[in-house]
Design a protein around this ligand. Sequence first.
Ligand SMILES: NC(=O)c1ccc[n+]([C@@H]2O[C@H](COP(=O)([O-])OP(=O)(O)OC[C@H]3O[C@@H](n4cnc5c(N)ncnc54)[C@H](O)[C@@H]3O)[C@@H](O)[C@H]2O)c1
Length: 369
Amino acid sequence: MNQRKPIGVGIIGCGKISQAYFIGIRLFQGIRIVACADLNAVAAEAKAAENGCQALGVDALLDHPDIDIVLNLTIPAAHAEVSRRILEAGMHVYSEKPLTVDLEDARAVLEKAAARGLRVGCAPDTFFGAGIQTCREWVDSGELGRITSGTAFLLSAGPESWHPNPGFYYLKGGGPVFDMAPYYLTALVYLLGPIQSVSAVTTKAHTERTATSEARMGEKLPVEVNTHASATLVFESGAVITAVFSFDVLAADHSPIQLYGTEGSIKIPDPNTFGGPVATCLRGDREWTEHPLTRPYSENTRGIGLADMAAALRQDRPHRASGTLAAHVLEVMHAFDRSSESGRRVAIQSCSEQPAALPYDPEADLNGA
Ligand SMILES: NC(=O)c1ccc[n+]([C@@H]2O[C@H](COP(=O)([O-])OP(=O)(O)OC[C@H]3O[C@@H](n4cnc5c(N)ncnc54)[C@H](O)[C@@H]3O)[C@@H](O)[C@H]2O)c1
């Protein structure tokens, strides 16, 4: 691969999240958006005009000689099929989360990529941000001792009060686990390594909900999925994390993630953001101390995982936001309902390497000389 020319990126799916990628990718000199496509040609044309790239049909984008990686920003139900087509076109794929809805589809995507010598990357990439990178430095430093336990909480009232089209959040592939747990579980695997087993109880407070957002005021929303999951996650390291993901909580004030080590505790910032705050309370301390973030990328930098995948291709090294990591997280998410239905602890079959920490000065590395 040419060392100087930026790696060409195509985007399929020009919806709500796409602009964050159009903006984020501009930060990295090693990648360049060539074209975008959408089933809705008007959406693709609007994004192309706004961001100065070509608008194409999906077939034409997959046939473009200057595109090496395709960013799949379609809806979750379309991820498997669109990623399959990208790989069959001989291009690397980087997908929004979840990698796919069904586990079998995730395995098929990874197998197809491996057979063709192509890469699969997947969001979230918030763990590249200043907040979680600073936490990784604390965990790796040993100052907290051995992490033995912790908590992860996403407690919300659901999206129907603000989202213009909230119905899909309560259908298959939605719910607090599939929509929000990828941020928490990916951050935890990044900090602690892979998950070995899951015990959970999942339930729902309502079988029907009512939209109160302006666009859908009063509309009834059938609830197909569970909307409250309470789980115990056992990590290969031995750490035991108590996790609750819920759309059934009107008010709560737990911090998003806390980890407890034999020598101290750390508060991890919201893993759906790139920034802080980070605070620790070590043995002998009387109160929490907030720390300045020691690393770059504290603002919304969606696309940084894709920049790392492009740099990894040039440098012939593993990329961090990998399909293997995303498939591991997906298996864990499926295990919540499986454990609840069976009344048993579910062993996780897949394993994911703990992604390497970013180099201390990652900017040169990610910009891929
Ligand atoms: N919206 C957010 O704040 C947000 C945040 C983080 C992650 N995400 C993730 O990003 C992805 C997209 O979310 P969104 O909110 O942008 O959705 P969206 O519905 O706004 O946009 C999705 C776009 O994909 C297009 N599309 C669907 N199927 C397609 C296909 N087969 N081929 C080509 N185009 C197709 C649709 O026409 C639409 O324009 C989802 O996986 C979601 O979980 C969204």
